[in-house]
Write a protein that binds this ligand. Structure first.
Ligand code: PLP
Length: 421
């Protein structure tokens, strides 16, 4: 296994060392092969909003598995999950959804749909955003590509094996810069099939959209006849019931989902109003298929997870957990005289080792990654598991109690003190 991992973000390349090998997890805690326990803020990079091995999710998966893991035929639970998801996104009126197996697949399929629907070739992406390992979007990409590389120059692939021809139809703009987007549309507007964006950037560390940014993108797409694609693989059902588009009140044309809607089992989905989705096979000419798509295990885990999040007070509780973690981290940063900027929304948080503000990609990449690495190792040794990169979000869950947050903040204080320059 290259690097000993099934996904590069799990390696410790950016911070040094070898990751613990995990054998079990429950609630907010996980245990490694040597019996050491950790409070976990990786949460499998987003899906585990209710915590590890939530009894309702485990029961749903167990029942589904006993009834057969997949059939290659439509199922009632697909319909239930489709209806529940669509009901949560009022912007997708008359909407339709297609389930796939990963966020990458969702975005890849959504781009194909956008190109087919507009008859145009170009796709805009923001520098530092990550939309999965889709060939054409591996240009100035965030997440593991940002963590592991020095970054490619504009319009060059950030991965070997991606032909330059493929990223030539990818246009890059800085995230949170509406003027740059306006200029780009002014120059290439008639070629642009879609503007793809993480409505809240999570893959350069967490950066919220500037006031008016998403609405401005909506206006530009309308003006130039392009489609607006919100990649809510990370934010969908995490930051709010109905995702970031509900939180900020901006309606995209196409939405991609993943992570939470599969409750920890592989899943992805893309959805849009019916007039667009009717272009997908078998109704229309855009081909997209999948042997295991919409498989009963993922549908059952997703339904159980969304059932938990639908309960009254769930998002308030998650926002409370995230807010108290943010407050605690800020307090110990101030106490120890450490320059840290904590960005957070409900269910997502990144402490940047920077005096801030961190509201752009250059501001994120100006963070002190060496200090991050040394604090990371102290946290891990102290039993707190966070992503091994400055440029990822941490994912608190409903399973994190005030005592877990207090313990985390105490370990963070000790880590900052021990690594003080
Ligand atoms: N889009 C966004 C915003 C993501 O954060 C990710 C993964 O982290 C993806 C797409 C890709 O999803 P997957 O890893 O399931 O392919």
């Amino acid at each position: 296994m290259p690097g000993g991992v099934s996904s590069p973000v799990r390696s410790f390349s950016a911070v040094g060392g070898t990751p613990p090998f995990i054998v079990s997890a429950t609630g907010c805690r996980m245990t490694d092969a040597e019996g050491k326990s950790y409070i976990d803020y990786v949460g499998s990079y987003g899906p585990l909003i209710a915590g590890h091995a939530h009894p309702k999710v485990v029961a749903a998966i167990t029942t589904a598995a006993a009834n057969g893991t997949c059939y290659g035929a439509p199922t009632p639970c697909e319909v239930d999950l489709a209806e529940l998801i669509l009901s949560a996104f009022p912007a997708v009126a008359d909407g339709m959804i297609r389930f796939v197996n990963s966020g990458t697949e969702a975005v890849m399929s959504a781009l194909r749909l956008a190109r087919a629907a507009t008859g145009r070739t170009h796709v805009v992406k923001c520098i530092g955003c990550y939309h999965g390992h889709v060939d054409g979007l591996l240009a100035q990409a965030g997440s593991g590509l940002l963590t592991l590389s020095d970054g490619a120059r504009a319009s060059e692939p950030s991965s070997a094996g991606v032909p330059a021809e493929l990223v030539r139809t990818t246009l890059l703009v800085p995230y949170n810069d509406l003027h740059a987007a306006e200029a780009l549309f002014g120059a290439h507007g008639r070629d642009i099939a879609c503007f793809a964006v993480e409505p809240i950037a999570g893959n350069m560390g967490l950066i919220e959209p500037a006031p008016g940014y998403l609405a401005g993108l909506r206006r530009l797409c309308d003006q130039y006849g392009a489609l607006l694609l919100f990649d809510e693989v990370m934010t969908g059902f995490r930051v709010a019931w109905g995702g970031a588009q509900t939180l900020y009140g901006v309606r995209p044309d196409i939405t991609t989902l993943g992570k939470v809607i599969g409750g920890g089992v592989p899943v992805g989905a893309y959805m849009a109003p019916g007039h667009l989705m009717k272009q997908i096979a078998p109704l229309g000419p855009v081909y997209q298929a999948g042997t295991l798509s919409g498989n009963p295990l993922a549908m059952a885990a997703g339904l159980a997870t969304l059932g938990i999040m639908r309960e009254a007070g769930a998002y308030e509780a998650l926002a409370g957990v995230t807010g108290s973690l943010a407050e605690g981290l800020r307090a110990v940063a101030a106490e120890t005289g450490t320059a840290i900027t904590v960005n957070h929304v409900c269910g997502m948080i990144t402490p940047f080792f920077s005096a801030g503000p961190v509201d752009t990609y250059p501001a994120a990449t100006a963070s002190d990654t060496r200090r991050f690495a040394s604090v990371f190792h102290r946290l891990l040794a102290g039993g707190v598991n966070v992503p091994p990169s400055q440029f990822e979000a941490w994912f608190p869950s409903l399973a994190h109690t005030p005592a877990d947050i207090a313990e985390t903040v105490g370990t963070f204080r000790a880590a900052l003190t021990a690594t003080r320059p």
